[in-house]
Design a protein around this ligand. Structure first.
Ligand SMILES: Cc1cc2nc3c(=O)[nH]c(=O)nc-3n(C[C@H](O)[C@H](O)[C@H](O)COP(=O)(O)O)c2cc1C
Length: 387
């Protein structure tokens, strides 16, 4: 791989990524009883085969009640370890680094699937164990909107148990073969709910001042770091700004504290506390959140990951070259083309030998490329189409 910052390696702690491309975590709503299925194997595996450096698995619940839907993935029990290991072994065999995003949906739990209407789930679907005990919890009894459940406020003792659940999930992630953990603290889920005064009305040590509202996240980072090896990176996904008054300045202060607590990079997204991050006002513009990653990186010196409509090879390359981020996360574009990194490497002239492709494919693609030399790049039909 030559001459391209997008395809230059990046090291965080003891893990080296072969390039700067992360597969953004994307729920597939394809879990069965919260276990992964062949769909996940295919979805994550094909992005690894397509040249992604860091394959971040979708938000995976640290507690049963933290699941967003009945088709989420979980990691609150040792029984999840072996089936997840099958996926991480495969990703690694393809030269990519397997990462897991850990999540608790808080007051956004227990919802219908997106294609089922995404309203609060009130009727037990078939084959879902313990539906009646599925408790929706949050910092305070404030619903995100009428479409969501109204949560029950967690007690102080319960908050301690939630923090412990994140620590255990990190330890299981290690046994399941992941090399990177990302804590999902964005998009209006439990941790973001504690950060935001719009959802957090507590008057104990987890509510009120910004320091108090950040306490849950800091405690979770400490619990995860205590169980996650010192040579493996820990990331946090943050809504750098949101619809309810959380600002970049708040994030900059928080990121400094997170870095002190052992976080290696910040995955910079936005919003979600009062609406959908994908329906953000300017979500139609290329790179609509890159400025957030840029500012956090400039003001804290902490490595950042930019995400949000990054779809072109030269766009991704420019983000890195301009020092706006250290990595780019690609989401929906990888749903469209899981070979996006291979394609980007060709467009940037970074991989003439197709070394990024698995040998089973690269061997033939390299030979085919040689046969293109000197031919026009568009196909010209030599036959008169008229009868
Ligand atoms: C189907 C789907 C599922 C998603 N699931 C998650 C998730 O599990 N965790 C998360 O932090 N973001 C999730 N997101 C947001 C993406 O990671 C990403 O931030 C967003 O799609 C913007 O990037 P893009 O324009 O490259 O798609 C999801 C997005 C989509 C489209």
């Amino acid at each position: 791989m030559t001459g391209s910052i997008l395809f230059s390696p990046l090291a965080l702690r003891g893990v080296t990524f072969r390039n700067r491309i992360m597969a953004s975590p994307m729920w597939q709503y394809s879990g069965r009883n919260f276990f992964p299925t062949d769909w996940h194997f295919m979805h994550l595996g094909r992005m690894a085969a397509g040249g992604v450096a860091l394959v971040m698995q979708e938000g995976t619940a640290v507690e049963r009640r933290g699941c967003g839907s009945v088709a989420d993935l979980g990691i609150w029990d040792d029984r999840f370890v072996a089936p997840l290991r099958r996926i991480t072994d495969f990703i690694r065999s393809l030269g990519a680094v397997p990462g897991i995003q850990l999540l608790h949906c808080g007051r956004r739990a227990k919802m219908e699937l997106p294609w089922g209407g995404r309203k609060a789930l009130r009727i037990a679907p078939e084959n879902v164990e313990d539906f009646d005990q599925w408790d929706v919890v949050g910092p305070s009894a404030v619903a995100q909107s009428e479409e969501y459940h109204t949560p029950r406020a967690l007690s102080l003792a319960e908050i301690g148990a939630v923090v412990e659940a994140w620590g255990s999930a990190a330890e299981r992630s290690l046994r399941a073969g992941y090399d990177v953990v990302e804590i999902h603290a964005a998009h209006g889920y439990l941790i973001h709910e504690f950060l935001s005064p719009a959802a957090n009305r507590r008057n104990d040590r987890y509510g009120g001042s910004r320091e108090n509202r950040c306490r849950l996240l800091i405690e979770i980072v400490e619990a995860v770091r205590a169980r996650w090896p010192a040579d493996k990176p820990l990331l946090v996904r943050l809504s750098i700004e949101d619809e309810a008054g959380w600002t970049i300045d708040d994030s900059v202060a928080l990121v400094r504290a997170l870095h002190q607590a052992g976080v290696d990079a910040i995955d910079c997204t936005a919003r979600g506390i009062a609406g959908s991050p994908l329906l953000a006002k300017n979500a139609g513009d290329y790179g609509y959140q890159v400025d957030l990653a840029e500012r956090v990186r400039a003001e804290t010196g902490v490595p950042t990951i930019a995400v949000g409509l990054i779809v072109h090879a030269d766009q991704a390359q420019a983000i890195l070259r301009n020092g706006q981020a250290d990595m780019v996360a690609i989401g929906r574009e990888l749903l469209y083309n899981p070979n996006w990194p291979l394609d980007a490497a060709q467009k940037l002239g970074a991989d003439p030998g197709f070394a990024l492709a698995p040998l089973q494919h690269g061997f033939y693609l390299e030979r085919r490329a040689r046969s293109f030399v000197g031919k026009p790049s568009t196909y010209q039909v030599g036959i008169d189409p008229k009868p």
